[in-house]
Design a protein around this ligand. Structure first.
Ligand SMILES: Cc1cc2nc3c(=O)[nH]c(=O)nc-3n(C[C@H](O)[C@H](O)[C@H](O)COP(=O)(O)O)c2cc1C
Length: 170
């Protein structure tokens, strides 16, 4: 079983969640089964043996980050700004039919009813002909974080759940 987690993170919170999801997958299938990559370094041709693709980003302006919102984050001191991220990667990648794909995001709790990066990523994937299930929003306590209490544990549990679902269909 192999899993790839593609993410972007301006302040580091979404990356921490991605790594926690990866730990949950690794608990079921071993550490060699899972990789976490920043979207700017993720391949547009996916490995042929891939079983699970997880895509996550911080919610910016009720959607996926774009060049303008990344610039805003940089102006607010974000240390990890890259020119491209999940939005651009989804536009470039070829998703094999039948691949299990799930999205997640980090968000501020009282805003998620209005729109999330996880939902926007699933819609962008659908426009490219790929089906994805919309996974959880993991909560930050403010724009820079930190993550709310318990969110890393929730992310690890979700990773275990994804990996377990895959194991039971294998
Ligand atoms: C430009 C900008 C716009 C944002 N817009 C939203 C938003 O619409 N909804 C929301 O819940 N959080 C919003 N946030 C807060 C981000 O969700 C938060 O910065 C992110 O979860 C932190 O993740 P990171 O550390 O991986 O960058 C915004 C943050 C920035 C910088």
């Amino acid at each position: 079983m192999t899993a790839l987690i593609v993410t972007e993170s301006l302040f580091g919170n979404t990356l921490a969640i991605a790594e926690a999801i990866g730990s949950g997958i690794a608990e079921v299938h071993g550490p060699e089964a899972v990789r976490v990559l920043h979207a700017s370094r993720a391949p547009s041709e996916l490995p042929t043996d891939l079983d699970l693709l997880v895509i996550g980003a911080p919610t910016h302006l009720l959607s996926l980050p774009n060049a303008g919102s990344r610039h805003d984050a940089e102006g607010k001191g974000a240390p990890q700004v890259q020119a491209t991220g999940v939005r651009e990667w989804i536009e470039s990648v070829t998703i094999p039919s039948g691949l299990l794909v799930a999205t997640f995001d980090t968000s501020i709790p009282d805003r998620i009813g209005l729109g999330t990066a996880a939902g926007a990523a699933a819609r962008a994937l659908r426009r490219r002909g790929a089906e994805a299930s919309v996974g959880p929003s993991f909560f930050v306590t403010g724009m820079e974080g930190p993550l709310a209490d318990g969110e890393l544990g929730r992310a690890t549990a979700w990773g275990r759940e994804l990996a377990g679902a895959l194991a039971s269909t294998a």
